[in-house]
Design a protein around this ligand. Structure first.
Ligand code: ADP
Ligand code: MG
Ligand code: MG
Length: 255
């Protein structure tokens, strides 16, 4: 589904500084990947570049989705293809209810794909089903998007948005950070419920903790703008025991 080839990225504000320095990654349908790594290694940048964030410039390499390059597509066009990014710091959108924003997003995609668009009542029924996944009440949908949400509620809302929009490829950036254990379990459970044979999830996380509840098929470690090592869930366990230093040192020895 997703193929990232030798991706090099810099920020437009500071063209001298490369952030991604040759990232390769393949994600197939039905898979859960975890991207781990120290702070500042480029994890969030990778997620944002795939989603089409405009602050970043691809200087080399390509990103293919279903075999076609998406580099020329705007963020909203990528979203319509089914690429979803839950931001590390979710924005607040006062005045727009969660429900209205999501119905609009849902219907935009439905229209593009020639599917039935939901009227407000139909959408309410549909969304109520999804709310159960994150163990929240109906009122949650009627609140302004993220305004006054606690940290945990914002994270649950990301999972709710993902459940409603049913994306093909989801990047969840630090969705686990700052959650207490109960909220973490709810979020993890939501991810497990949403994960299916026809979609893929990429969990971007500094900590191994959420991987106790969501089992990734692949774990990748990003160091200094490159994927320094890939493995299975055992790699995450090793990282929890030994930290990132053994990889950082190996990366600098190898240049
Ligand atoms: P991570 O998510 O792994 O902590 P980031 O992708 O957020 O890492 O950042 C990687 C590096 O790129 C950091 O040094 C960060 O300061 C820099 N960076 C990321 N985005 C920008 C930006 N928009 N402008 C300037 N520097 C950036
Ligand atoms: Mg699966
Ligand atoms: Mg980050």
């Amino acid at each position: 589904m997703l193929e990232i080839k030798d991706l090099h990225v810099r920020v437009e504000e500071d063209p001298s500084e490369k952030i991604l320095k040759g990232v390769n990654l393949k994600v197939n349908e039905g898979e859960i990947h975890a991207i781990m790594g120290p702070n500042g290694s480029g994890k969030s940048t990778l997620s944002k570049v795939v989603a089409g964030h405009e602050a970043y410039e691809v200087t080399q390499g390509d990103i293919l989705f279903d075999g076609e390059s998406i580099l020329e597509l705007e963020a909203d066009e990528r979203a319509h293809l089914g690429i979803f990014l839950a931001f590390q710091y979710p924005v607040e959108v006062p005045g727009v209810t969660n429900k209205n924003l999501l119905r609009q997003a849902y219907n935009t995609v439905a229209k593009e794909r020639g599917r039935h668009e939901l009227d407000p009542l139909e959408f309410e029924d549909y969304a109520l089903e999804k709310l159960k996944l994150i163990d929240m009440k109906k009122e949650f949908m009627d609140r302004s998007v993220n305004a006054g949400f606690s940290g945990g509620e914002k994270k649950r809302n990301e999972i709710f948005q993902m459940a409603v929009l049913n994306p093909r490829l989801s990047f969840l950036d630090e969705t686990d950070s700052g959650l207490d254990i109960d909220a973490l379990k709810i979020v993890a459970n939501g991810i497990n419920e949403i994960s299916a044979d026809d979609n893929a999830v990429v969990l971007v996380t500094h900590y191994q903790r959420i991987l106790d509840y969501v089992t990734p098929d692949y774990v990748h470690v990003m160091i200094d703008g490159k994927i320094a090592k890939s493995g299975d869930k055992d790699l995450a366990i090793k990282l929890e025991d030994q930290g990132y230093d053994w990889l950082t040192n190996a990366a600098s020895v190898n240049g």
